[in-house]
Design a protein around this ligand. Structure first.
Ligand SMILES: O=C(O)CC1=CCC(=O)O1
Length: 260
């Protein structure tokens, strides 16, 4: 289905029983909602699982950039309001984790719990994102994908035939949407804001994550009093590489937070 948020129509997938506990997923830069396919397949069937594509990604509209994390989290609020979602457990991967933090800060009334996957209150620097935007402007996404994939995946996964679908997903993201999100990442610093988060939170990091390394994820976990877990033999996208391990962590966390 498509849900309107301001000037954009967002591609949303809403699965599971209408009255089930709500789990909302936000994906990372250069991926769409399919990044959670393997993980979602391992979660309990009684959950209402809502996924969407960020602006400029997947089947959502591409609107003019630059974007901000505030704007991207407003999109998730629009999805919740349109679908009437309450008591949301928000699972955010990378930039999706910044969106989840921003959502929890702005709408504690809607937030039951947070799962922060391979993310941080601040990812990279304005300088590093500026360099990436310059490379993208010159050569497109194909010019940077060889550098990105070894941060996303372990060497073993990268050498498997499975890896090429994720390269394809990355390289088929619209250049404008990708760059618009890089601007959001360059400007985002939720270091202060995330100390205001009071709901139960859990942080997860792939042991081999080359984009948001475990130490960085652990720092943010401390700021928002989240428990912290490492997923072995996985890079930046543990939901792709180790879906069973991530599903076990989330299922256990949902059990513990369900009645809070
Ligand atoms: O592209 C990367 O380096 C990984 C990444 C950073 C923010 C995000 O969403 O993905």
């Amino acid at each position: 289905m498509m849900i309107r948020s301001g000037d954009a129509a967002l591609h949303v997938r809403d699965e599971g029983p209408r009255d089930g506990p709500v789990v909302l997923f936000a994906n990372s830069l250069g991926t769409d909602l399919r990044v959670f396919d393997a993980l979602v397949a391992q979660l309990p069937p009684d959950l209402r699982i809502v996924r969407y594509d960020k602006r400029g990604h997947g089947l959502s509209d591409l609107t003019p950039g630059p974007y901000t994390i505030d704007m991207l989290s407003d999109d998730t609020i629009a999805i919740c309001e349109t679908l009437g979602l309450r008591n949301v457990t928000f699972v955010g991967l990378s930039i999706g984790g910044l969106i989840a933090q921003s959502f929890a800060i702005k709408r504690p009334d809607l937030t039951q719990a947070l799962v922060l996957m391979d993310t941080a209150a601040k990812i990279g620097t304005a300088e590093s994102w500026g360099e990436r935007i310059a490379a993208l402007s010159e050569g497109g996404i194909a010019a940077i994908s060889d550098g990105i994939l070894p941060r996303w995946f372990s060497p073993a996964f990268l050498g498997s035939p499975e890896a090429s679908q994720w390269r394809n997903m990355l390289e088929r993201t619209t250049l404008e949407g990708y760059i618009a999100c890089c601007h959001a990442l360059a400007a985002a610093d939720l270091t202060e804001g995330c100390t205001q988060i009071t709901c139960p939170a859990m942080a997860i990091a792939g042991a081999l994550d080359g984009s948001t390394p475990p130490e960085l994820v652990a720092e943010t976990a401390k700021l928002c009093h989240a428990t912290f877990h490492i997923v072995e033999d996985a890079g930046h996208l543990p939901c792709v590489e180790k879906p069973e391990a991530v599903a076990a962590l989330i299922t256990d966390f949902l059990e513990k937070t369900r009645h809070d």
